[in-house]
Design a protein around this ligand. Structure first.
Ligand SMILES: Nc1nc2c(ncn2[C@@H]2O[C@H](COP(=O)(O)OP(=O)(O)OP(=O)(O)O)[C@@H](O)[C@H]2O)c(=O)[nH]1
Ligand SMILES: [Mg+2]
Ligand SMILES: [Zn+2]
Length: 313
């Protein structure tokens, strides 16, 4: 019996890296499934598994360790089934760009809320800084302030010129790190820079739509030279709001949560209540209007029924 971590899945086979570093091609034992999950794939990238070697030199996965967390995509056809993209993440790096494609703060905030809710710390990575014009530089400076104030890490890089890459590398020591973001923001290009010898497929953003081409289609995990792992994932189009609750949504905005004790009402949701400390902080320029506007937008969605998607434990 051996223990290892799942690096990638190719159809019904899984590449599992054993604790001695060797990679085994494994198949799951029949009916293997973690309790409480209804997903199209029983085993996911980042899962810690136990396996036995078989006579043909492959392996059979006999046990999946309970997951610390996971990122999930709803499958397109089977509305009740979902696909576990990756499990056991120590940090997510949300890659954003000013143009080709432009990442909206609405998208960033939805990602951050979901990641918060499931305990995945997130750092924002602004890529393609080589392409920033004056307006882009201003946009980036504004966002850096907003997200630093909220309590998130912010790194600026160019996967093309290499600028800022040491900064990013320093944050990748140990653990399982996820690269996420829209298609075309440069996740695979960044992975190619960070993982020596990696030659992940990348593709130019379509000129007419300024959108990525969904080049990466499966999550794949790579060992980093200084230890730890990096998961390159397919681009996200957008997502709903998990099994979040309307009345606790605001808990997942760290800068709102910190101010809750100063609100007049202990159950303030920072909407229209009098004596709201979040509104006061906004007036004083300490909480970003964009964060609050995006929060209200999400809040309004709950009135149309509960959403579930994207990330869950
Ligand atoms: N100018 C510039 N282009 C970049 C940079 N990083 C990536 N690109 C380009 O952006 C395009 C998309 O890069 P990918 O790495 O394929 O993007 P991705 O996020 O992996 O996209 P999906 O796999 O579709 O989700 C490619 O043409 C890259 O060469 C950068 O720092 N500067
Ligand atoms: Mg890619
Ligand atoms: Zn309040």
């Amino acid at each position: 019996m051996m223990n290892g971590v799942v690096l990638r899945s190719t159809g019904s086979w899984y590449d599992v890296q054993a604790s001695d570093g060797q990679v085994w091609a494994c198949r799951p034992a029949g009916k293997l499934r973690l309790k409480g999950y209804r997903s199209t794939n029983p085993v996911a990238v980042g899962d810690w598994v136990t396996f036995e070697s078989t006579e043909d030199g492959a392996g059979t996965i006999t046990r999946i360790a309970p997951r610390k967390n996971c990122i999930v995509r709803k499958s397109v056809n089977l509305s009740h089934e979902s696909h576990v993209v990756a499990a056991n993440l120590d940090r997510a790096f949300l890659v954003v760009t000013a143009a080709s494609p432009r990442t909206s703060t609405g998208f960033m905030d939805r990602f951050l809320v979901t990641a918060e809710a499931y305990g995945i710390p997130t750092t924002l990575v602004l890529n393609k800084i080589d392409l920033l014009d004056a307006a882009g530089i201003e946009w980036a400076a504004g966002l850096q302030e907003v997200y630093s104030d909220a309590g998130y890490g912010w790194v600026e890089v160019s996967a093309h010129t290499g600028k800022g890459m040491d900064d990013l590398e320093k944050q990748l020591a140990g653990g399982i790190h996820l690269l996420s973001g829209h298609s075309g923001v440069g996740k695979s290009t960044l992975a190619n820079r960070l993982v020596p010898g990696l030659d992940a497929k990348t593709a130019e953003v379509s000129e007419s739509h300024s959108k990525g081409k969904h080049t990466t289609t499966f999550a794949e995990m790579h060992a980093l030279p200084r230890g730890g792992y990096l998961v390159d994932t397919p681009g996200i189009k957008g997502f709903g709001l998990v099994t979040l609750e309307r009345d606790t949504l605001h808990h997942h905005f760290p800068e709102f949560f910190r101010r809750l004790p100063e609100c007049k009402f202990h159950n303030c949701i920072h909407h229209k209540e009098p004596g709201c400390a979040v509104h006061e902080a906004m007036k004083a320029g300490e909480v970003a209007h964009s964060r609050h506007a995006n929060y209200l937008e999400m809040l309004s969605e709950f009135d149309g029924g509960p959403y579930r998607d994207a990330l869950y434990r």
